[in-house]
Ligand binder design. Structure first.
Ligand code: ADP
Length: 502
């Protein structure tokens, strides 16, 4: 029998405790899926103020101290049982009682996450838990990987630990961390390969020292090696390409299920798609849009961020409206998203410009997002880059057709081939309003053919986006890392047929 793998999973956010974006979905779904595969995986999270307020029945595990400048920084550790998954929460003075997951203060955030990353390592020691794999995610927890390079932290309990760093969003390297690195006494970076400017960026340091790197889709794993997507680290990452894999995120199929979703006026499956129209009408009513059955209802559920290409929408709609009335189906639009105030402002103008057609909701509202997935006809995702993306997978599961820019995980999950009966959506190449508009035109033409549209819906709903598939790939990677660890060989994905080197 194979020994049980011990995996410490570190993240800044995780469902059901707190979610800001896709990382929260992943950290909430992957550890439970691995647990089902008999991995001794434990999730570690900061005890953010927003979690503290939930009044969870936490158990105090221990108190200890971390060295911090010339002082000792107190740490409190708590545990919580999430349906059999052990979750540990770290608290201390650098995680303020009223804190959100991320703030606008880079330096405070980097102090908080350096504290959390190092406290998590120390907690494993306190628990006498000798982990096989340290799985950190994004810049927030990358310093845990980097710390294990130093003799101070690579104590006997971590001597056999292998490190894996998940990349969900490369451009966020963790600026403002110089002070945190200094105050926690982490050594200056030793690697000559990193560009000088990156030597105090946690994600860059983690990437330089991790045994393996996983990007959250196969295409993103390749894209980060290029100047366009590499955030200045493309050459450095190219040197490490043999250590980089791409594993697509999965979806929590229980949570995202149109047959059971309580937010839908009418629940449905692939064989009862006719019922979906009631959700559309209910959404139109809620938004005060005309209940026009001929109109295609476009939806967007997105962080309002430059990355997401939301700003391409107004220009695309303008171009669409230059077409003669009978050329395409008439459109309506609902946008749900929060983020950059300037982008929010620009998108809100659409309501004034198209009072009978467009609605913009600048809130974070999971209930409305579900009504959009379950009632809109098309979900628009014009991302400039997308490591994996969940929106398109959720939409497909709900029979809402994705129209997306062909990048990262969007390319890996949406099929759009010429004359292919297996297509699941529409892709366009350029991050421009013109290309988005051309994609919309294409989709709106197909919308007029109910049989073709239904086929797209059914194809999308038949896709397997389950976590069990992705978790199996992570398990293979963990096993490979652990076996290399035991045999003393270096890590190379070449002998793993299911995850070939990119
Ligand atoms: P990212 O992690 O870059 O934000 P993803 O597509 O991976 O993008 O995940 C976004 C997740 O957040 C999806 O579950 C989406 O439904 C959800 N989401 C985004 N914006 C909102 C919002 N304003 N209200 C509710 N849910 C949202």
């Amino acid at each position: 029998m194979k020994p049980i793998l011990k995996v410490m999973f570190l993240a800044a956010e995780a469902e059901p405790f707190v979610k800001v974006g896709g990382l929260g979905d992943v950290a909430g779904s992957l550890p439970p899926a691995l647990r089902k595969m008999s991995v001794d995986v434990r999730l570690m999270l900061p005890l953010h103020g927003v979690i503290r307020k939930q009044g969870l029945a936490l158990h105090k595990v221990c108190n200890f101290h971390l060295p911090y400048e010339n002082r000792a920084m107190p740490v409190e550790a708590y545990s919580f049982d999430l349906n059999g998954l052990p979750v540990y929460f770290i608290a201390g003075p650098l995680i303020p009682l009223d804190s959100t997951v991320y703030s606008l203060d880079d330096q405070a955030d980097s102090l908080k996450y350096a504290f959390f990353s190092l406290a998590a390592l120390r907690l494993a020691q306190e628990l006498n838990w000798q982990i096989d794999i340290l799985h950190a995610n994004d810049w927030h927890t990358a310093l845990s990987v980097y710390a294990l390079e130093s003799r101070v932290w690579r104590t006997p309990s971590f001597i056999e630990t292998k490190t894996l760093l998940g990349v969900h969003n490369l451009p966020y390297l963790g600026s403002g961390a110089e002070l945190a690195i200094k105050r926690f006494g982490l050594p200056a970076a030793l690697t000559p390969d990193l560009p000088e400017w990156a030597l105090d960026r946690p994600l860059a340091l983690g990437l330089a020292t991790a045994d393996r790197i996983v990007a959250v889709s196969p295409t993103y794993a390749k894209e980060i090696l290029t100047p366009q997507f590499g955030s200045g680290l493309d050459q450095f990452l190219s040197m490490k390409r043999q250590m980089i894999s791409g594993i697509l995120n999965g979806l929590d199929l229980d949570s995202w299920d149109p047959q059971t979703d309580q937010h839908l006026a009418s629940r449905y499956g692939a064989d009862t798609l006719d019922r979906r129209v009631e959700n559309r009408i209910s959404l139109q009513k809620k938004l005060g849009l005309p209940e026009n059955p001929q109109a295609v209802l476009l939806g967007m559920v997105n962080r309002m961020d430059y990355q997401k290409g939301v700003d391409l929408l107004p220009g695309a709609l303008q171009l669409l409206n230059l077409l003669p009335d009978d050329a395409i189906a008439p459109w309506q639009l609902v946008v749900l998203g929060t983020g950059d105030p300037l982008i929010e402002e620009e998108i809100r103008l659409l309501e004034m410009q198209y009072p009978d057609q467009a609605r913009v909701i600048t809130q974070f509202d999971p209930g409305i997002s579900r009504m959009i997935y379950g009632g809109a006809d098309l979900i628009v995702i014009p991302s400039r880059y997308e490591a994996c993306g969940l929106t398109q997978m959720i939409a497909m599961r709900y029979g809402c057709i994705p129209l997306a820019r062909a990048t990262g995980g969007l390319s890996d999950t949406i099929r759009d081939e010429p004359d292919d009966a297996g297509n699941t959506g529409f892709l366009f190449d350029d991050p421009s309003s013109e290309a988005l508009s051309a994609g919309l035109q294409r989709a709106l033409l197909v919308f007029r053919d109910p049989i073709a549209w239904r086929r797209l819906q059914r194809n999308g709903m038949a896709q397997d986006f389950s976590w069990s598939r992705s978790a199996g790939q992570y398990l293979d990677l963990y096993r490979l890392m652990a076996s290399k660890m035991n045999s003393g060989a270096d890590g190379d994905v070449g002998d793993r047929p299911e995850q070939p080197p990119i």
